[in-house]
Design a protein around this ligand. Structure first.
Ligand code: CTP
Ligand code: MN
Ligand code: MN
Length: 500
């Protein structure tokens, strides 16, 4: 049985390795990819055999990669051959046939790939010792982000950056499947304690498909991926990326503007037929500030401001930092807080009072308030909704330098002494606190996999409001995040380990 690629490769992606092998001949056997080992064979004989095989419709790979299905060698010393293969293995060795040249000559004579028989095989006689074999990141890695510990320290950012460009490009093209596949793959690599050095090390990792592996191979071999480079230089990608960087502009609006022929902010602002909503107007107004990352010190200062404001309203107010900063990130695109009170039903008015107070202080630059639509009677929700039903607001606040330790994270030469920052506040009723905290701490990928795990593994429904057991037909109570993990049968994962 020959492993056939599950996902067709994009046709136009240029591959430097393949470019070396001219393929004028017609390919007859798409599922067989032969690699001829030059050791012992010699370069000229290898080149001759390559031409012979391609003339008969075989694919002969120039590079040993995980696409290779048949490795052919004239090296009869099994041990040294296998050692050599393992040393340079960027490949899934257990899945390829390692064959004596007799398989090759039989196949040439028959004009087709003959079935592999025991007499063709070169058996691996080298015991797999921990030092002798390539280290794999191995079987222990779960396909669910909520069963992995992922800190902010990403050892594979060269690979994950490439995957994220691809994911975003698929998102712009509304191709959810491949988008999610690249996000999942990136998330798996982020959880690894060390950098992946060759493709062979990833053979036991989950969530890595044909396409992801092909990109990985390019990046590991050449330092960059041609497919990713092509996307990065693509006009539509660049334009959508620019437009969606504005607060209030999603991929749909960005694409609409792109199709009108607009390519820059000045194009958009000059177009009299475009109507901006409040959010977008403020997005453009404060673009310089809010497209700049928010620092941890700035987040702390905001925490002090909101905490002081809430406590002045009621001493019982509870404030918790969530989002990326709770996960230990140094910078974020905004600051996320839960603000509530133990008095059930009073949380929404608390939020409204906080907003009024921020306005009075003159620091409320923009507020999109969304009243609560939370109704326990409408749960469990069978379909995950992008937004939860708690009272919340998306704000732009004016942050003064005076309260920020070490000063503002502003552009060089900016002497205003303040900057605008994006802040999200959400106010769940206290009995929903643990669910809201878990849901708003993220990361998005961690949340997705928590829900996927709950549904797929435990027949439970999880969202920002509740956890429902479909087997018992009941809601499971929780006052802490630990309770929720325990209900799900998961080991507790600390917030700083949720950077999936
Ligand atoms: N979230 C949510 N409902 C929303 C908005 C956000 O549940 N309407 C959750 C997201 O799933 C995420 C968390 O809130 O887990 C924080 O969202 P966001 O601020 O967008 O992302 P961060 O992880 O904080 O990243 P960043 O540092 O860039 O802000
Ligand atoms: Mn955030
Ligand atoms: Mn947010």
């Amino acid at each position: 049985m020959f492993p056939a690629p599950a996902v067709p490769r994009p046709r136009k992606r240029s591959r430097p390795a393949e470019a070396c092998v001219p393929r004028r001949e017609e390919v007859k056997f798409k599922d067989v990819r032969v690699y001829l080992v030059e050791r012992k064979m010699g370069r000229s004989r290898r080149s001759f055999l390559t031409q012979l095989a391609t003339s008969k419709g075989f694919i002969v790979e120039d590079v040993l990669s995980d696409k290779v299905t048949h490795v052919v060698s004239e090296d009869s010393q099994a041990a040294s051959l296998w050692k050599w293969l393992k040393d340079c293995a960027q490949t899934n060795l257990p899945n390829v046939h390692v064959l004596d040249v007799s398989w090759f000559t039989d196949s040439m004579r028959e004009g087709r790939p003959v079935a592999v028989e025991t007499r063709h095989l070169i058996q691996d006689t080298v015991p797999t010792s921990p030092e002798g074999s390539t280290p794999t990141h191995s079987a222990t890695v779960s396909p669910y982000a909520c069963q992995r510990r992922t800190t902010i320290e990403n050892k594979n950012n060269i690979l994950t950056d490439a995957f994220e460009v691809l994911a975003e490009s698929y998102e712009f093209n509304e191709m959810e499947g491949p988008c999610l596949a690249f996000r999942r793959a990136a998330s798996v690599l982020k959880s690894l304690p060390q950098a992946v050095r060759c493709l062979g090390e990833t053979q036991d990792l989950p969530c890595l498909g044909e396409h992801t592996k092909a990109v990985m191979e390019e990046v590991l071999q050449c330092g960059h991926s041609f497919e990713v480079e092509k996307i990065l230089s693509d006009e539509r990608y660049q334009t959508l990326k620019l437009f969606t960087s504005v607060f209030g502009v999603g991929p749909k609006t960005a694409d609409k503007w792109y199709r009108r022929g607009l390519r820059s902010f000045s194009d958009i602002l000059a177009d009299r037929d475009i109507h901006f909503n409040q959010m977008q107007q403020n997005g453009f107004l404060h673009y310089g500030d809010i497209s700049r990352a928010v620092s941890k010190a700035e987040a702390r200062s905001l925490s002090n401001i909101i905490d002081g404001t809430a406590r002045a309203i009621t001493p019982a107010a509870i404030l918790a930092l969530t989002g990326g900063f709770r996960r230990g990130k140094e910078f974020g695109h905004d600051v996320d807080f839960i603000v509530t009170t133990p008095e059930l039903g009073m949380e929404e008015s608390l939020l409204c009072k906080i907003i009024a107070e921020l306005k009075k202080k003159g620091i409320l630059l923009y507020c999109d308030y969304q009243a609560s639509t939370f109704d326990m009677a409408k749960l469990p929700s069978l379909r995950f909704e992008a937004m939860d039903h708690f009272a919340k607001c998306f704000l732009i606040l004016r942050l003064d330098a005076s309260g920020v330790e070490g000063g503002l994270h502003s552009a060089e030469g900016d002497s205003r002494g303040w900057r605008a920052v994006r802040v999200d506040l959400v106010s769940p009723p206290m009995d929903r606190y643990a669910f809201a905290l878990l849901g708003w701490t993220g990361s998005r990928q961690f949340e997705r996999d928590l829900r996927r795990f709950a549904r797929g593994k435990q027949r439970m429904l999880l969202d920002n409001h509740a956890l429902y057991d479909k087997t018992k037909n009941e809601f499971l109570a929780a006052t802490t995040e630990r309770d929720i993990f325990a209900h799900l049968g998961l080991e507790y994962i600390e917030p700083w380990q949720r950077n999936a």
